[in-house]
Design a binder for this molecule. Sequence first.
Ligand code: PLP
Length: 432
Amino acid sequence: MSNQPKHPETLALHAGWRRDSATNSVAVPIYQTTSYQFDSAEHAAKLFGLQQLGNIYTRIMNPTNDVLEQRLAAIEGGTAALAVGSGQAASAFSVQNLAKVGDNFVCSTDLYGGTWNLFANTLKDQGIEARFVDPNDPEGFARATDDRTRAYYAETLPNPKLIAFPIAEVAAIGRSFGVPLIMDNTAAPLLVRPFDHGAAVVMYSTTKYIGGHGTSIGGIVIDGGNFDWEANPSRQPAMNTPDPSYHGAVWSQAAKPLGPIAYILKMRVTLLRDLGAAMAPMNAFLFIQGIETLPLRMREHSRNALAVANYLAGRKDVSRVIHPAHHKGIGAERTAKYLPHGHGGLMGFELAGGADAGRRFIDALKLFYHVANIGDARSLAIHPASTTHSQLTESEQAATGATPGYVRLSIGLEHIDDILADLSQALDAAKG
Ligand code: PLP
C-alpha cells in the first residue's frame, strides 16, 4: 500500500480500526463497560499521571468512542478528537476550554438558536462574554477583539441564510492575534474541511449528518493540531499557566510527549472529567455506522437538494429560494470558494403567500416529516415563523432570515421524483 493520504470514502470505513484484538471482530464492538482493570499499581499511576495514554473510566474515555474520535479526526485532517453527549456540550466545551471568568470570545451572529442561547445567556452567567459580529464582514472579528479575547466561533453553513462562512479570512485574522477559530461544521461534513482553511478546532453535532438516521444525540470536538498555543502565552493563559485542577499541569507542555493534542487533552481530562457530558458507547457505535455511508449520503443529499432548489425556483408561488447555488454577490463567491464539492442537504424557500401559506404548506406535506431536526436520511420540513422563531418579533425574525413565509427543508435520500411530488401537492394546497 502507498503512503498517500487516503480519501474520505476510505477513511470513513477504515480509520481508527482494523479488528478487535481479543475476538477478531471486524465490526467495532460496543464496549459497554464503566471501568478497566489496571495491569499494576505502576500502570495505574502512569495512566493518571498522563505518562501513558490508556483506559481509566468511561466518563473520560472508552474504546468504542475512541474509534469514532480517531475516524472523525482522520476525515477532518485533525490530530485527535473528543466525543461528548451532544452538540450543545461540544459547543460549550470548545469555548470553556480556553475562556474563563472575565474573558470573551467573538462569534458570528449566524448560529443555531441553541448555540445562541448557550453563548448569550448560559456562558454569560459563567462570566464568559460572547461578542456577536456579522459574518459578512470578517474585519468585525478584528474590531471586537481585545486582550481578553480567547477564541473565535462560527458555523460553516448556518441556516436559514446558508451563506458559507469566510473561514480562511477570519482564521487568518485570528492567527494574527493568537486567537484560534472554532468551526461548527455540522451542516457540511466532508463538503468543507475547516482545517484546510486555517481553523484550529472543528466541532459537530453528530446528531445530524454524522449519525444520519435520526437515532442518537451526540457531539464531537476535533483538535486541528495546527495552532501554536505557546506563541503568545498571555493570549492563551488556560493553555500556558499551571492548571490547579490537574496538579499544576501546563497543558501546552504536558501534552508534548503525546503529540499536538494539547487542546483536546486538556478538554478530556478536565472538562469531560468534571462536567461529565460523556457520549454513551452505544451512540458512538451508531455514529460509526453512520460515518460508513457519510460520503455517499452527503453526495446524494447535495444532489437532491439542488434539484429541489431548481424546481422551487421555477414556481410562481415561491418568491425566493435560499440555497448555496442560488445566491448572488458575496454569497455566490463564498459558495464557489468553500463548497466546490456539493452544497449539502439544507435549503429554504419563501412562499409568496406569507405565514398563512407557510402553515398550510407544512400541514399538507405527506412524505416530509415536520420536525425541528436536520440531517436525517428522511426529508424534513419546518416553518420557523410559527415554531422555532415564534417568540421573536417580525423584525427580529427578518434579521435572522426567518421571514413569515420562510420554510426550511432538510432534503433526504428518497427518490427525487417522490420528493418533488410531495412538495408540488403541498404547494398547491398552500394556495388556500
Ligand atoms: N450546531 C448546529 C449547527 C445544530 O444544528 C445543532 C442542533 O440542531 C447543534 C449545534 C446542537 O446539537 P445537539 O442537538 O446535538 O445538542
